[in-house]
Design a binder for this molecule. Sequence first.
Ligand SMILES: [Zn+2]
Ligand SMILES: [Zn+2]
Length: 141
Amino acid sequence: MPIRISCLCGKTSVDLHGQPAARANCHCASCRDFYGTTMLSATAWHEEAVRIANGACSIFQHPAKQLSKAFCSTCGEVLFGSNRLGMRVVPNAMTARATGGSLDAKLAPTMHLFYRHRIIDVTDALPKYLDGRDGPQYEAS
Ligand SMILES: [Zn+2]
Ligand SMILES: [Zn+2]
């Protein structure tokens, strides 16, 4: 069964099929600015796993970066974005709303990315990569 996320006005909904490819809290400046949040807590999905079920999304393409976001043409809420790898990025606020207000454990973040660029500190047990997940991790001193 796909997870169906819906915008606030209810006109646009998107189905998420299968499992996400990655689950993370991203602290990079691009995500922060593009999504207007202190960190982006989200899942990343292969493009074909994210399908519009009802309504219509408009696309905003970042003027300088390989980022875009799809928002409901009526209420303007962002349902998902696309990152520079071509993955679809779904904010955890959307999936939590779709599953009764709490985030399914199968969608919970497994790491922090670009923690070097954070504007808030997070004290949890997840690995905190200073940059991407192929690089060094943050060590609390
Ligand atoms: Zn990011
Ligand atoms: Zn809407």
